[in-house]
Write a protein that binds this ligand. Structure first.
Ligand SMILES: O=C(O)CCC(=O)C(=O)O
Ligand SMILES: [Fe+2]
Length: 315
């Protein structure tokens, strides 16, 4: 599926500027940022987000130390973590992705959620791990919802934003990629995210690759201190197919383990994803029927098809 290309040319959008800090405090977005975000998400479906480098870097370092203590725990202790949500319980080196381990935590921006997560492994609590998780999560949460707001504003749908956000939750995924015995190996299989919007960060070991519209896989070189922002199937559907959900995978090589974490905005259980009227016109006929997000996830888990969104919700 596709050949290998040079490093993907991904736009970097700067959120450390003043216009973006006013955005984080709730003001409408700067027209320039709106244009850049929409162009990136309608083009490749992905961009790098640069924020204040020093604060991002220290939160990230703290996070990676916390993740190491977590993933270094014995396998039977990690397996204590179970969640009813698909893709959230501890997953350890399964046949489909033998190098990859993950956990996902709901609402980790709440200190109590991060502490409850840590107590699963350390019954007396682990302040270092819970605050590392909670601190980076709070920063990422403000940023990812600011981006979602910019997206709504860029389509003239700003008056729908507050109501939409009330129907969302966040899931914070922690991932470790162990080194293959030799050479290069797939760490995470090719997929599009099924949720609305995703924001990723990582230690300094690269490995994320993206499939271009021309079917070429290109490795991403994520600049230090930057996050990756990507559209998931459900925001692609909401945008009536204007934004692109980029297919991506993780390849592992080299001599150091890769640690990454992702904040995912997803619809609450049984929320209906529906294209707003303002995104349908003669030039943009309706492409997706309204669908129940939970049904979509169950459909995908049942068939794991690449074109799940089209077959499930396509008109
Ligand atoms: O580890 C990464 O950089 C990517 C993770 C990812 O694609 C996912 O969890 O859906
Ligand atoms: Fe993904």
């Amino acid at each position: 599926m596709g050949s290998i290309g040079a490093d993907a040319q991904i736009p970097t959008i700067d959120f450390s500027a003043e216009a973006a800090s006013s955005l984080l405090s709730g003001s409408d977005s700067d027209i320039n940022i709106r244009r850049q975000v929409r162009a990136a998400l309608e083009g490749g479906g992905i961009f790098f987000l640069r924020c204040s480098e020093s604060s991002t870097q220290s939160l990230l370092e703290e996070m990676v130390i916390g993740m190491k203590s977590l993933f270094d725990l014995p396998e039977d202790v990690k397996r204590r973590y179970k969640s009813i949500r698909p893709y959230s319980s501890y997953k350890g080196r399964e046949p489909i992705a033998p190098l990859h381990e993950s956990f996902a935590i709901d609402d980790a921006y709440l200190l109590e959620s991060a502490q409850a997560f840590a107590r699963v492994f350390w019954p007396e609590g682990n302040q270092q791990v819970s605050s590392a998780l909670n601190n980076i999560n709070k920063m990422m949460l403000d940023l990812i919802y600011a981006i979602l707001k910019v997206i709504f504003e860029s389509y003239g749908a700003e008056n729908r934003y507050e109501l939409f956000v009330e129907k969302t939750v966040t899931s914070f995924r922690l991932l470790k990629y162990n080194l293959p015995p030799a050479g290069e190996a797939v760490g995470l299989v090719p997929h599009t995210d099924k949720n609305l919007l995703t924001m990723l960060c990582q230690n300094d070991v690269q490995g994320l690759e993206i499939l271009s519209k021309d079917g070429i896989w290109s490795p991403l070189v994520i600049p230090q201190g930057c996050f990756v922002v990507m559209i998931g199937d459900s925001l692609k559907a909401w945008s009536n197919g204007r934004m692109r959900a980029a297919r991506h995978k993780v390849m592992i090589s080299g001599d150091r383990d890769r640690y990454s974490c992702g904040l995912f905005i997803l619809p609450k259980k049984d929320v209906i994803i529906e294209v707003p009227d303002e995104l349908v016109d003669d030039d943009h006929p309706l492409l997706y029927k309204p669908y129940n997000y939970t049904d979509y996830i169950n459909y995908f888990v049942g068939n794991l098809k690449d074109d799940a969104l089209e077959t499930f919700a396509g008109v």
